[in-house]
Design a protein around this ligand. Sequence first.
Ligand SMILES: *[C@@H]1O[C@H](CO)[C@@H](O)[C@H](O)[C@H]1NC(C)=O
Ligand SMILES: *[C@@H]1O[C@H](CO)[C@@H](O)[C@H](O)[C@H]1NC(C)=O
Ligand SMILES: *[C@@H]1O[C@H](CO)[C@@H](O)[C@H](O)[C@H]1NC(C)=O
Length: 229
Amino acid sequence: MYLMNALRGFVMPYLALINLLSSPTMDQQDGVAYYSPTDRGGSMLINAGNGYGEPINVIISGLSSPHVLTLDGAINFARAIGFSEECFGLHLGGYMSANLGDGNGWVNQTIELRQDYGNAGIGTCLESLVGGNHFRIFVQNGTTADSGALFLAVSREEPITEDHDVVPDGYNIGRNQLVSVAVGKTWYNGVKYHTVAQNTTGLLKAGADGVNHGIAQDGIVALLTVTIY
Ligand SMILES: *[C@@H]1O[C@H](CO)[C@@H](O)[C@H](O)[C@H]1NC(C)=O
Ligand SMILES: *[C@@H]1O[C@H](CO)[C@@H](O)[C@H](O)[C@H]1NC(C)=O
Ligand SMILES: *[C@@H]1O[C@H](CO)[C@@H](O)[C@H](O)[C@H]1NC(C)=O
């Protein structure tokens, strides 16, 4: 009896964890890292609404742990790497849409997250004031390219006084900052992540052609594989 209870006490937390990890994903994954949007009529530039686009410069691989690819899971991972939802749920930027070539056409961002300056509660308000890194998430989950991957358009912004413009070289800087904090071991709220980054070229065209604010970027897309351990 004692042994059974002891055993149960030992096993239950693991069962709870397994339950957490297998919570419903945003979609069914196809078992691939991602599909190239441009090969399927989509674009690696999101629509900024003014005739220009902002580059998708980070992809969270569809081969990441399933929980990471859920909305709650993505938010938790974002918190682990120093980002959070927008200031008191106030949406301070405009909506932008992406076409990931998955059959869903142009779809608005799922969520926008901002650097939280070490405070998941009010830090993002500070980001809105002083500027900092931020990203929008788009999910490749349409039926014709259902990788489940998260496509991120990352950029470093000017303070609010500058109308949330992107700083010079802000697409490359934003991506590099996010990747450098994500790589290796991170954790938030009891969930531990191990993240590996790989640079990919050929998905996104380098340069400033059609890019919002006329800011050139190097065409590198960082592929992150995030594993919960
Ligand atoms: C794709 O993901 C979005 C964002 O989470 C969600 O609103 C939508 O229902 C998902 N679509 C499918 C087909 O799973
Ligand atoms: C994005 O959301 C805005 C605000 O709700 C809406 O006006 C716009 O039509 C949406 N765009 C797309 C592509 O769904
Ligand atoms: C990816 O490219 C960036 C920009 O050139 C570079 O700083 C970074 O070290 C590269 N990362 C890897 C894993 O090769």
